[in-house]
Design a protein around this ligand. Structure first.
Ligand code: SAM
Length: 278
């Protein structure tokens, strides 16, 4: 099989029309969302804030589960996703949802005005997670809950093992240093707890779980639309720019060997759901 490396071309999620075809609930987000919904307080009359709402599956789910007396505020600076959420809310006739198209590090919300803050897979994506959590603390009422999910260090360990062996064979110290920084960039449950504590929150629960994503082989993995969108850009940033194609050719081959050995390519995704209180 002679495949081109088209997957190295980046998908622009801000391109016109992209959000239209973005899944309502990407399968990637689903296991995290279920973990969160299993722990979140649901009550009539709550004011809820969904931080990094994206196209808003959690916003709508909480608005419907809590009922018309609740109010759910979705915040995200991603314009097209907010536009799509606005259309979905109108189509369903939901009147208890408010959209804030802005950075959650500076929210147009009064102090102590929210009972519940949720964030599914947000924390890893914020440029300034500490500032977002401080802002969440400011707008939380005393006793309010914050429930967030995130993937953790150990994310796709099987992939990273293959990538590490390729970079070791290539012998480029800078790439290996970037690799280490990328692996360490994902938090541990303890590091996320520590961020929450620094913002003023008290930890109530720290639940851990994991799931697997299985692919026929590395060729399928690298060309999967969500992997291209969410992960390939980060993997590319590790490689030496002058040998990007060669690095990925070796990586694809190494992943395909692993898949042949094990029957498929299974990647482990460790997840955390943290519940905190103001
Ligand atoms: C991985 S997506 C998760 C979306 C959705 N919660 C889900 O579970 O499918 C992360 C989201 O965080 C948003 N985001 C990034 N920086 C942000 C910020 N500073 N404030 C609010 N949202 C932000 C992105 O636009 C994106 O929609």
């Amino acid at each position: 099989m002679d495949l081109t490396q088209d997957y190295l071309e980046e998908i622009d999620h801000t391109a016109r029309g992209f959000a239209e075809f973005f899944d309502e609930l990407p399968l990637w987000s689903a296991p995290f969302g279920l973990m969160l919904l299993d722990r979140v307080p649901v009550g009539a009359g709550l004011t809820v804030l969904d931080v990094g709402a994206g196209t808003g599956f959690l916003t709508i789910e909480l608005a419907e589960r809590c009922g018309a007396g609740a109010r759910v505020i979705a915040v995200d600076p991603w314009k097209d996703a907010m536009d799509r959420l606005r259309r979905k809310v109108a189509q369903r006739g939901l009147e208890n949802i408010v959209l804030l198209e802005q950075d959650a590090a500076a929210l147009d919300l009064p102090d102590a005005s929210v009972d519940l803050i949720v964030s599914n897979l947000g924390i890893n994506n914020f440029d300034a997670p500490g500032a977002v959590l401080q802002e969440c603390f400011r707008i939380a009422r005393p006793g309010a809950r914050l429930v967030l999910t995130t993937n953790l260090v150990g994310h796709m360990a099987e992939f990273y093992e293959a990538y590490h062996s390729v970079l070791t064979d290539l012998g480029d110290a800078d790439s290996l240093a970037r690799f280490d920084a990328q692996v360490a960039h994902r938090g541990t449950a303890e590091s996320v707890e520590s961020l929450l504590r620094s913002a003023g929150f008290t930890i109530v629960e720290s639940a851990l779980d994991s799931f697997r994503m299985r692919f026929a082989d590395g060729s399928a993995l690298l060309r999967h639309h969500f992997i291209r969108l969410g992960f390939v850009p980060g993997w590319k940033a590790v490689a030496a720019p002058g040998s990007l194609e060669k690095t990925f050719e070796m990586l694809e081959r190494r992943l395909n060997e692993m898949a042949r050995e094990h029957g498929n390519l299974a990647l482990t995704i460790p997840m955390a759901c943290l519940v905190a209180r103001k």
